[in-house]
Every structure is written in C-alpha cells, then in structure tokens.
Design a protein around this ligand. Sequence first.
Ligand code: NAI
Length: 329
Amino acid sequence: MNITFFSSKPYDQQFFQEANQAYNYHLKFLEPHLHKSTAVLAKGTDVVCVFVNDAVNAEVLEELAAQGVRLIALRCAGYNNVDLVAAARLGIKVVRVPAYSPYSVAEHTIALILTLNRKTHRAYNRVREGNFTLSGLMGFDLHGRTVGIIGLGKIGLATARILKGFGCHVLGYDIAESEESTSIGVDFTDLDTLYKRSDIVSLHCPLTPETYHIINEHSIGKMKKGVMLINTSRGALIDTKAVIKGLKTGQISYLGLDVYEEEADLFFEDYSGIVIQDDVFMRLLSFNNVLITGHQAFFTSNALSKIAEVTLQNISDFEKNVPLKNAVS
Ligand code: NAI
C-alpha cells in the first residue's frame, strides 16, 4: 500500500515508521495541509492519511478520487472536517482512530483547570525573576466545587473520574445517559441546570451541527458569574466573540482552550517571527485569565503510538477487504 500523509510533523514520521515495521507499507510524509491545491500531491497513492485541520471537503475528495485514492485514514478521533456524503458518493472509505488515549485529553483538561486556578504559569515566571510575592496568585480549593461536563463519552468520563478524585461534585449532560456515568458518581442533568450550578464547565462533545456554538451569549448568560470555561474538544463549540464579551464583563473569570474555531490557520505552525493577523485570537491572548494551548491535549507518547498502530491496522483491514471496524459513515 502507498500511503500519503498530509500535515505531517517529525513526530508523526517517528511513530508511524516504528509502527510500520509490522507492515512495510510505502509511507510518503508531506508537510502541507490537504486542501484543493495540494490534493494533487496524492497522485498514485491508495490511501491519504490526514489530521484535524486538513480540509477533506467535496472538492478535495473529487480531486483525490481522480488521483486514484480509495481510503481516507484519519489519524484522529474527530471527523467534522470530512464531507462523508461526498466520500460515499465517490466510493472513498473513511476510517478514524476512535479511541487512542482518553487519558491524554482528560489529563490536559485537568492541567488547564489547575493552571488557571493556581496560576502556576505566572508563579513560574515570578520565581525565576526572584519575585516571591503572592499577590494575584490566589486560587480556590477544587474539593467541593461543582464541575459540569458536556459530553460524557470516553474523554468526558475520564475527566469526571479524575475530578471525583479531587472531591468535586460532577454534573453531566449528554444526548444519551450512560450507566457508566452514574456508576462513577456523575449526576446526569439538563443543560440549563448544568450551566446554573457549575463553577467549572468543560466541553467534551463532538462538533456537529447541533453543538456548533453551543457556548454562546445566551448559554454564557445562564452560567454562574465568574465561571471557569474549558474547551479541549473542538474550537467551534464556542462562539469566541461571545466569550470575549463574557470575559470583559467578568461573567467568565477563567478560560482554558486547547482548540480555537479558526485554529486551522494557526495551530501546529511556528508564527513567532511574524505578525498574527487574527484580531479575535490576539484579543483572547491579551486577558491574563485566559490560557491557550495549541491543540496539544492528545500529545502524549502513549497516544501517538496508539494512533499509529490503529491507523495502520485500519489500512491493513482495508487492504485485506475485511470489515472496517473503525469506519466513519
Ligand atoms: P466520544 O464519542 O467517546 O464521546 C462524545 C460524547 O458526546 C458522546 O457520549 C455523545 O453522545 C456526546 N454528544 C454528542 N452530541 C452531543 C450533544 N449535542 N450534546 C451533548 N453531548 C453530545 O468521543 P471522545 O473520545 O470522548 O472525544 C470527544 C471529543 O474530544 C471529540 O469529538 C474531539 O472533538 C475531541 N478531541 C480533542 C482532542 C485534542 O487533542 N484536543 C483529541 C481527541 C478528541
């Protein structure tokens, strides 16, 4: 099998080359994102392997089909960037890695909560400069606080388990109630109650037409004044302009983001030497109670190994024409 990787980084090459020792496929690693003008680079390849910010829309899929591509292998869980209807029409199969390490994302979620609360990022800089004052660094006990989790799937539940260990009261909302959430002590509730009672709201649902901008001016208005809002799921779950307004009025006191709705033009690249043109993003960075990481929640060695193994297994299943257990349809 010939596999072309888009948006590839040195760490992708390292982990995929290791996992490929069991398969010996021909791997071609390309740095550019997949979009209309780069799709031609897939010429002569059976499989295209893509990541979260590759645009796998109808136009791109048509170009890939014309180049002979038969399978899109997502090396991630989310598939909101793929036009599945167009893929089906063109006879291109789509597979993904539904679960690689929910712990990686859950633990990063906790890192954002703890850092925003105890301000360890600011303390680190202060102490290095010989400033041992504490003003501005006061936090609160997580023990006894109420955390609302929207989306009680693998990552939401992994996050809930850690928070229960801290002694938090965990509220949860999902379109489907699971027995597992009840067994770990999550109180299942409706969205309005979750907004009203939570000191911290954390998003763990996928991006779908229903969840697009689920956090907007209206929902922010229902939250406790001074709420902490965390998003490690997908950027467009949040209406960023509404969140900025909430930060300015003090309705939101802490914001932790690993994802951003316009991240495709920014994340995973080094723009430290140029002027960033996204004014909304730059406004977010100007708040001292906002902490942003660049879509790194998944980024553990455990997760990268698993992603490479499952992706190549998905491709092997396709090659052998056995049922694709990780197919997206
Ligand atoms: P999952 O499929 O196990 O769980 C998602 C849950 O959301 C399901 O229980 C589903 O019923 C629920 N859901 C769907 N629509 C909903 C709605 N309208 N309201 C409330 N809940 C709804 O997925 P998993 O593995 O827990 O991942 C969650 C999300 O995390 C992914 O969709 C992806 O966007 C994001 N993610 C982010 C990563 C990062 O590096 N920042 C890495 C991996 C995933």
